[in-house]
Design a protein around this ligand. Structure first.
Ligand SMILES: NC(=O)c1ccc[n+]([C@@H]2O[C@H](COP(=O)([O-])OP(=O)(O)OC[C@H]3O[C@@H](n4cnc5c(N)ncnc54)[C@H](O)[C@@H]3O)[C@@H](O)[C@H]2O)c1
Length: 367
């Protein structure tokens, strides 16, 4: 099969769909891999790194799309890419169709086979191609939060780890899922006192078993949230109710009960945020202040650490890329139910019912 790796052109996206290690696995199996010139640069991979493992470097994005049976990338195609996609071409990437009718219509029109990373789903309901990005975001939440707690950037002026003779800072983590556990782990590693809340007792039992004793679990309810926001310096929002908007656990009226300079990092911002005053921000301008409380609401946190994120993402996508390349999409999806759940649009038809439901469409086809 011919596989194309275009350079990401979405604003501020430096990740790339495949590392040289991934290309090596494909060329070893006699597949042809086209990589757009400088596609890997933002993630630390040069053209030569790719050429050394057998990739062919192409000058333009047009050439990559025109030459490839399958496109492997990171972000959903943006408007400039819509017309580049070929009929019956496999496009394997994050799509998040339900949030964009325009993208959905464009992909229907392209007659491509769109396999979405975010809906590749294991038997137990876990989403293996989303997990690594939640891991990155959870860990980053503490790094960012610690920085914004500094006084010159309007934080409380608290050092999370404290020093001998001065108690450590306090971190409240909402949600003990992938984001929450990684955040708790990083905060605990810095020496902070951590409180982690969830409504799922299984998650809390797990955290209680594996974390050190300065990570304290508590059931999530409004009473406990109102109590803890008064004394915690950094609050990380990592709650998720699958397929729904995040519940607003922190409402605007609660801000007045926090100490000025408290930092809120709402990782769940991509699902609407679990804090009422959250707005989506960017890496250029990550924070804003409401009632003396610092808010951080970057929706693509992993984009700031493209080297780590590219490796983390391609570690989990590569096994599926190999299956698709070796067998073609039909056979690969027949043999692997986890991958088959990633099929969203096939040659002009929506095959993932939640997408049609999101737009209230009865007809799933443009034919
Ligand atoms: N901003 C970013 O760059 C970025 C990156 C990755 C993930 N995310 C987002 O982070 C969020 C969390 O992702 P995840 O992978 O950790 O999800 P997850 O499903 O692993 O964990 C979510 C947790 O929230 C808990 N929860 C649900 N309702 C709750 C409540 N009322 N109180 C406390 N906990 C509650 C669930 O029980 C679950 O344990 C998602 O919205 C995801 O899209 C954002």
């Amino acid at each position: 099969m011919t596989i194309g790796i275009p350079k990401e052109i979405k604003n501020n996206e430096s990740r790339v769909g495949m590392t040289p290690a991934g290309v090596f696995e494909l060329t070893k199996r006699n597949h042809t891999v086209y990589v757009q010139k400088e596609a890997g640069e933002g993630s630390g991979f040069s053209n030569l790194d790719y050429e050394n493992v057998g990739a062919i470097i192409l000058d333009s994005i047009q050439q990559v799309y025109q030459s490839s049976d399958m496109i492997v990338k990171v972000k959903e195609p943006i408007a400039e890419e819509y017309d580049l996609i070929q009929p019956r071409q496999i496009v394997f990437t994050y799509f998040h169709f339900a949030s964009s009718e325009r993208l959905t219509l464009a992909m229907l029109k392209s007659k491509a086979i769109c396999i979405a990373y975010e809906t590749v789903e294991d038997e137990d309901g876990t989403l293996p191609l989303l997990t690594p990005m939640s891991e990155v975001a959870g860990r980053m939440a503490i790094q960012q939060g610690a920085k914004y707690l500094e006084k010159p950037i309007k934080g409380r002026g608290v050092l999370l780890g404290g020093v001998p003779g001065v108690p450590p800072g306090k971190v409240l983590v909402l949600g003990a899922g992938v984001v929450g556990i990684q955040a708790a782990k990083m905060a605990a590693g810095l020496g902070a006192h951590v409180t982690i809340l969830d409504v799922n007792m299984k998650r809390l039992r797990y955290v209680n078993d594996v974390m050190p004793s300065h990570v304290v679990t508590e059931f999530s309810n409004e009473f406990n949230v109102r109590k803890h926001i008064q004394t915690h310096d950094l609050i990380v929002g990592g709650v998720l109710i699958k397929g729904a908007k995040a519940p607003k656990l922190i409402t605007k009226d609660m801000l007045k009960n926090m100490r000025p300079g408290t930092v809120l990092v709402d990782v769940a911002v991509d699902q609407g945020g679990c804090m009422e005053t959250t707005k989506v921000t960017t890496h250029e301008n990550p924070t804003f202040i409401v009632d003396d409380i610092v808010h951080y609401g970057v929706a693509n946190m992993p984009g700031a650490v493209p080297y780590t994120s590219t490796l983390a993402l391609t570690n989990v996508t590569l096994p599926y890329v190999i299956k698709l390349a070796d067998k073609g999409w039909k056979q690969a999806c027949q043999d692997d139910k986890t991958l088959a759940r990633g099929l969203n649009i096939v040659e002009g038809e929506v095959v993932y019912k939640e997408i049609s439901e999101a737009f209230g469409w009865e007809n799933t086809s443009v034919n």
